[in-house]
Design a protein around this ligand. Sequence first.
Ligand code: KG4
Ligand code: ZN
Length: 329
Amino acid sequence: MCVDGKILSNHIATQAIHAQYGGVVPELASRAHMQNIVPVVDVALKNAGVGLTNVDAFAFTQSPGLIGSLLVGGQFAKSLSLALDKPLIAVNHMQAHVLANLIPERKPSFPFLCLTVSGGHTQIVLCESPTRLKVIGETIDDAAGEAFDKSAKLLGLPYPGGPLIDKYAKEGDPHRFQFPEPKIPGYNFSFSGLKTSILYFLRNAGKSQVYKEEFAATESERKQFIDQNLADICASIQDRIITILLNKVKKAAKDLNIQGLCIAGGVSANSGLRKAFTEAGEKNGWNTFIPDFQYCTDNAGMIAITGYYKYLVNDFSELNVPSAARAKW
Ligand code: KG4
Ligand code: ZN
């Protein structure tokens, strides 16, 4: 719930059910959305102290995301909009991650650059206004969040593995193992090579990062190697993901001569990235902005703040707008 650009409530229903399957199961996600949507909206209104009939507009995530979950939210927002005769606002999930940086009192001034890092996307976005955003770089394969989650899976950690790698990395030496940095032109990213080198590194119990028959470890050697070196492996993987991300951000900031730098998305909750980004800012003379933890991973506040800025410029949708637009938008 957003009132005059301030977030009054940010209520989230977490779906623990997916952990046992090692990833989000789309069918279970949409069923859980169906069950949760009415109680979640009730709590959000209660926490904000606002009655449903006092709401001026209803914003919903149109895309990108899982279609079944998007349909639930979209149809629900449309029903409220129709029943209460109030405008409907379709929000782009990735724009909302970026605009989470406009929630705090201290906001970046335009233009600024945002590194948006989530489970499905990795982008460098040039932001000229709340509603003028241009993706200038993106991943050509896996997203940064996927790099964390897939690495964690290879280490035998449960889903989502990103926060666990973050946790173990705190105790480890980030320079103990060297993983490769891909050479990708411009501001684009690639994480699939890193994933492959981690795969072989673990299969070989740390002896090599490329496939070599003679280094192949047995299952128990591999497990023992992981157990004995988990913190250093996590710290080294995390360090490489962070340097891949920040080297591109540095390049973009320098080329475009922009000093306002933000991060956003689930991976911006990573403590190593937050620290390295802040340090890079101090070194390069940037004004850095990082959303509060609750506004990094998917949340209602970022959709509400985006709805607010779209409301200010009358950017409304008709009721026949698709409830779920495209897998990629
Ligand atoms: O933005 P988000 O909540 O959902 C998507 O839009 O995808 O991002 C989820 C991603 C997952 O890959 C998750 O592992 C990652 O963000 N993530 C983290 C941390 N917290 C969440 N990755 C690394 N360190 C964290 N602390
Ligand atoms: Zn997200």
